[in-house]
Design a protein around this ligand. Structure first.
Ligand code: ZN
Length: 194
């Protein structure tokens, strides 16, 4: 396994619509392993292949509290304190994931490893059902709500070159983009080529 470099906004690769995986070979399995290691290393709950500059529809997710709380509770924990932890679903690997149905709406705060230091409330579907292949090549169907549903939507958006800031109302989007651009730089304007 190897840590990969996470691309940071405004890297143009983050705007790429990724290509479907045609066959699950050693390269894809290594990609899954590297992505999991990179996600855990960055203390993220999800990572899409485009975020490490790979043009493949591959996503890894782990919303286990252990993974999330490691960051939030840093420094607060008493030494020697033991916690009983709910393990959650653990690592979820998705190849060619697709949302096949969704219902409801919910607003909650989101962040992104590729836009470090910025968060915003984002409206998402409340529940989603997704279809994806696992590393064994089996088609899985997963129904999710709450955080997992949100992470599914956030990561699948990445595979289409969509970032959470694109999901904000125009006013909020322009405000946060201006702040982000001051810190991280400006996205290049894309002109239509005719
Ligand atoms: Zn993200």
């Amino acid at each position: 396994m190897a840590l990969r470099k996470i691309l940071i906004y405004p890297d143009p690769f983050l705007r790429k619509k990724c290509a479907p995986v045609e066959g699950i070979d050693g390269e894809v399995l290594k990609l899954l392993d590297d992505m999991a290691e990179t996600m855990y290393g960055a203390r993220g709950v999800g990572l899409a292949a485009s975020q490490i500059g790979v043009d493949k529809r591959v996503v890894v997710i782990d919303i286990s509290p252990r993974n999330i709380e490691a960051d939030e509770e840093e420094g607060e924990e008493e030494e020697g304190e033991e916690k009983t932890e709910y393990e959650g679903p653990g690592l979820i690997e998705l190849i060619n994931p697709e949302i096949i149905s969704s219902v409801g709406q919910v607003i909650a705060e989101e962040a992104c490893l590729s836009i470090p230091g910025f968060t915003s409330d984002v409206r998402r579907k409340r529940r989603v059902v997704i279809e994806a292949y696992n590393r064994e090549g089996q088609l899985m169907e997963i129904e999710a709500s709450e955080l997992l549903a949100r992470v599914f939507q956030h990561e699948i958006d990445h595979l289409d070159g969509v970032l959470f800031i694109d999901r904000l109302s125009r006013l909020k989007r322009e405000l946060i983009k201006r702040k982000i651009e001051k810190v991280l730089g400006k996205e290049e304007k894309r002109y239509a080529v005719m």
